[in-house]
Design a protein around this ligand. Structure first.
Ligand code: ZN
Length: 137
């Protein structure tokens, strides 16, 4: 039996822009698995609200990319945050696939959306439980 449970608890979310781990009181703007905390929303709003701000955050207008300025330690510190975002997006995708299944959509239809086969979609999004005998091992 399918039971889609979208995880809407902000304490289980991470800002995809700054890496902030949410709490029960954190406000997030979300979309397509990416989440943005209220501080990032405010900061980006300020940047996008003026021509000077838009120029400063435009990657095309920069002589050097932000990562060019990072030390190796700073660069490495970004990896777990990027991985957390990838995990969050993957969970979000799984929840939406489960929602699609609850609506009665076939694995063929679900697989066509991201351009994979019915079998590949089913294998990716169907969780198999380990046998009870192995549960304590
Ligand atoms: Zn943030």
């Amino acid at each position: 039996m399918l039971a889609c449970e979208m995880d809407t608890n902000p304490a289980h979310k991470t800002c995809s822009f700054c890496g902030l781990q949410g709490t029960a009181d954190t406000l997030f703007a979300g979309g397509l698995g990416a989440m943005m905390c209220s501080d990032c929303v405010s900061a980006f709003h300020m940047e996008f609200s003026s021509e000077e701000g838009r120029q400063s955050i435009s990657l095309r207008s920069r002589p050097r990319m932000p990562w060019d300025e990072m030390s190796d330690t700073e660069l490495l510190s970004k990896l777990p945050k990027i991985a957390a975002t990838a995990t969050q997006v993957s969970s979000f995708l799984g929840e939406w696939v489960q929602l699609a299944r609850e609506r009665g959509l076939s694995w063929t239809e679900i697989g066509q959306a991201p351009g994979v086969s019915r079998r590949a979609a089913r294998e990716r999004f169907t969780k198999t439980k380990p046998p009870e005998a192995n549960a304590s091992a």
